[in-house]
Design a protein around this ligand. Structure first.
Ligand code: PNS
Length: 157
């Protein structure tokens, strides 16, 4: 794969996301981590904050760049000359919705493949939503997100 896109909300990035990025970066020349801007949602971290948290997690990667998009993922992928979309699958529960999105995206753009990577088992329970919920109630999120992300999450509550 030349250019692949790893899209998501990343509100905030977790060690589960970083596991997928690490593995996907070895499969392509350039991996674009693309953060969605959705004006209808109110994330904990705004777009710039989310991008900075990701950038600060990826200093050791020379072939991974951080970008953002709004609207259709496939329009963004075409703009980036991507040949693949990378998605992480944690459990069977992810599969149904991901299959639906992959099928729609294939319909929209048959030349761009969706490639699923299974999340490593140590992160299979992890989600940005759970991180926020646990942190909001004072629970420990050490080891689940990078340290600078942990501090940023705690400072929000
Ligand atoms: O991290 P998330 O919230 O699970 O990421 C979901 C995301 C951003 C990948 C998905 O919502 C998306 O692709 N949105 C873009 C809108 C789009 O292209 N919709 C049609 C796809 S079926």
């Amino acid at each position: 794969m030349k250019v692949a896109i790893y899209p998501g909300s990343f509100d905030p990035i977790t060690n589960g996301h970083l596991d997928i990025i690490d593995r996907a970066s070895k499969m392509c020349d350039t991996l674009v981590v693309s953060v969605i801007y959705n004006p209808n949602k109110t994330p904990l971290f705004d777009l710039e904050e989310r991008k900075i948290l990701i950038q600060n997690s990826l200093k050791d990667y020379s072939n991974v760049v951080v970008d953002s998009f709004s609207g259709l993922l496939m329009d963004h992928a075409k703009q980036k000359n991507a040949t693949a979309i990378i998605k992480g699958l944690r459990a069977v529960s992810d599969f149904e919705y991901e299959l639906q999105m992959a099928s729609m995206n294939q319909k929209l753009c048959p030349n761009i493949e969706t490639v699923f990577l299974m999340t490593s088992t140590e992160y299979s329970f992890l989600s940005s939503s759970l991180i926020k919920e646990v942190a909001m109630f004072g629970g420990c999120i050490k080891g689940l997100v990078p340290e600078h992300v942990r501090k940023a999450v705690i400072s929000k509550f």
